[in-house]
Design a binder for this molecule. Structure first.
Ligand SMILES: [Zn+2]
Length: 283
């Protein structure tokens, strides 16, 4: 009996082998943002929360009209479990090029869309509509920089686990949302001082066979390097890849390396008030 107990104990306490990590691709570069720093925050911050390894394509300097070379390969997305788009190429006006991106997702490769990716390819005008349908919303401009208060919508979705009811940002560049496509489910919203109306800031979407998560927040590095933002986007990554449980936690084998501050020069990480209160209460 004692031997059985010992055996059981050993069995129960042996850690389960981690699953094969997800393979992610970050596409970044272009106008108006500090993509050197942002690619580091995204890769490190998500890996702390998700079992994932990354390839990063950073091209185009600060140009608006660069065409990322990766997309010219028809199979550019097939070896990845998820693509994170954090690019800013609003001057690209080539509908065929845009189609080479959207078709890869339509076949089923999940996508994450951050901030200026929403405004990319807008010089193609209506030719950018497949890109907007893929993302889930249409946005072509933004408000002036203001503090904003993000409100969580009354939607039951595991991506919203740990997302605060209200999240105040001392500075943000709020994108004006002109249209929400049919398969898009908004998750959070913020009021815009300039337009005097609400604009969705986070959502999930379905495009062909692909799941999509998007957020218009992410102009400032400070926004990204916060536990609220990284937690939200990480749960987005888990959800689009089918690795997020209904309880908002990673399914077995897909938790990350563990959350710790990403120290960057002049940039202090911002904890999530909701989860830090919870852990303080637990202590
Ligand atoms: Zn911006």
């Amino acid at each position: 009996m004692r031997l059985l107990s010992i055996l059981l104990l050993v069995f129960v306490s042996t850690p389960l082998t981690a699953a094969e990590p997800l393979k992610g691709l970050i596409i970044t570069g272009g106008c108006c943002h500090d993509y050197e720093t942002q690619k580091r925050i995204i890769a490190e911050g998500i890996s702390q929360r998700v079992n994932i390894v990354w390839d990063v394509v950073h091209e185009g300097g600060s140009e608006r009209d660069h065409k990322v070379s990766t997309y010219s390969d028809p199979d550019w997305a097939t070896k990845y479990d998820v693509i994170v788009h954090n690019e800013c190429f609003g001057g690209v006006a080539d509908p065929e090029f845009i189609k080479s991106i959207t078709q890869a997702h339509f076949k089923g490769v999940p996508g994450i869309f951050i901030h200026c990716s929403l405004h990319s390819y807008r010089a193609a005008e209506a030719g950018a509509d497949p890109w907007r349908e893929l993302i889930g919303v249409t946005s072509r401009s933004h408000e002036k920089h203001h503090p904003i208060k993000v409100r969580r919508l009354d939607v039951k979705h595991p991506v919203l686990k740990d997302f605060p009811k209200e999240w105040e940002l001392s500075m943000a560049e709020l994108y004006k949302i002109e249209h929400v496509w049919d398969n898009c489910t908004p998750l959070a919203v913020a009021y815009g001082e300039d337009t005097k109306q609400d604009h969705f800031v986070a959502w999930v979407n379905k495009f062909g066979n692909a799941r999509v998560f998007g957020t218009s927040l992410g102009h400032h590095n400070e926004t990204m390097n916060s536990d609220v933002w990284l937690g939200l986007v990480s749960r987005g990554v888990l959800w689009v890849t089918g690795k997020l449980g209904e309880d908002g936690e990673p399914v077995e084998g897909y938790a990350g390396t563990g959350i710790k501050p990403i120290e960057l020069p002049g940039l202090k990480p911002i904890p999530n008030p909701k989860t830090s209160q919870k852990s303080a209460a637990a202590r």
